[in-house]
Design a binder for this molecule. Structure first.
Ligand code: G1P
Length: 334
């Protein structure tokens, strides 16, 4: 089986972080998102990992080559224009050939690893493919599936009105790859777009309309790294499962509350760091209290109390100590 990871988009929902880096390179819990995804793929031992890249692709390629080229047979496909998820998968057609594929979106991390998800798909038995689903609060933000028993009856991308709250979780196993590719080709040739893009969901719906059997499997827990509001939750959950304690290059008069991820060459002075703080390499923290926060590389953070924050690379955050002269029985809140 080959794996396709669509990772070409500009990640607008993560602006300002994706002004300077592609979404899969956004750092949480000690490494870029794409690192967490690939770590969870090791056990699956796919024949090939095809990364569809585009926006700021050099950053993804150099990180993946440096850290994963000895583990996976990696191939890159360049999606020159970001025309949607369906278009992204279609761009990888030549590399996929007629192999069975697993499509894993580049911004979703699952609590289980991909070989566990593959097992959930395999027990589905005879079908043209299966899709991981999860109940969602707001169906207008996801691809939505309607079921007939175990089989998919209808799929719709970000529907305005639906009675189903079963969302497409961003993991797909497709056995009839040739059919999917020919439908995607038709969608693109005929310029059939939904919400302005060539959608994978529309191609899967067309498979169902043509009589191909698609099934679903429940995804245990999914960390959505494509939205700022859920990025810190993903950071927290990934740190909770982290094993081992990182060495801190220089730590003085400070308390580190696990779990944290501290990169190489980080300096921590007169501070309380953690729980759930991810500090990337070469950053300096002094006189701070930091929890539930991600700080990028080469940043300088001093005299601040940070909670629930995302700070990029090369950033400088400098607070100042307050001076008060207040009387008895006063009550001050900052
Ligand atoms: C994509 C898919 C959508 C799916 C979602 C999961 O949407 O098109 O069907 O529910 O991923 O994250 P996107 O997040 O790219 O808008």
């Amino acid at each position: 089986m080959k794996v396709v990871i669509p990772a070409a988009g500009a990640g607008k929902r993560l602006f300002p972080h994706t002004f300077t880096k592609p979404k899969p390179m956004v750092y949480i819990a000690g490494k870029p998102i794409i690192g967490h995804i690939l770590d969870r793929m090791k056990e699956l031992k796919p024949e090939e990992v095809i990364l569809v890249v585009g926006y700021k692709k050099e950053q993804i390629m150099s990180y993946v080559d440096e850290n994963y080229s000895n583990i996976f047979n990696i191939k890159y496909v360049d999606q020159k224009e970001q025309l949607g998820l369906g278009h992204s998968v279609f761009t990888a057609m030549d590399e996929i050939g007629d192999s069975e594929i697993m499509i894993a979106l580049g911004d979703n991390i699952f609590e289980t690893n991909y070989s566990e998800l593959y097992k959930l798909h395999s027990i589905m038995g005879d079908c043209s493919g299966s899709i991981g689903v999860i109940e969602v609060d707001d169906p207008t933000k996801y691809g939505i599936v309607e079921l007939d028993g175990e089989d998919i009856k209808k799929l719709e991308e970000k529907p305005k009105n639906t009675t189903s709250n079963l969302g497409i979780a961003g993991i797909y196993f497709i056995k009839d790859t040739g059919i999917l590719m020919s439908i995607l080709g038709e969608i693109i040739r005929n310029d059939i777009r939904t919400h302005g893009e060539y959608q994978l969901t529309d191609a899967l719906q067309e498979m169902v309309s043509k009589g191909y059997l698609l099934k679903t499997f429940p995804v245990p827990k999914r960390l959505d790294c494509g939205r700022t509001e859920s990025l810190l939750e993903a950071n927290r959950l990934l740190l909770n499962e982290k094993k081992g304690i990182d060495d801190v290059f220089k730590v003085k008069n400070s308390v580190i509350v696990q779990p944290v991820a501290i990169g190489e060459n980080v300096t921590i002075l007169n501070s309380v760091v953690g729980p759930h703080a991810s500090i990337a390499k070469n950053t300096c923290i002094d006189n701070c209290i930091i929890s539930d926060t991600v700080v990028g590389t080469r940043s300088k953070i001093s005299k601040v109390n940070l909670h629930n924050s995302i700070i990029g690379d090369d950033a400088k955050v400098c607070g100042k100590h307050n001076s008060l002269n207040i009387g008895d029985s006063s009550s001050i809140e900052f």
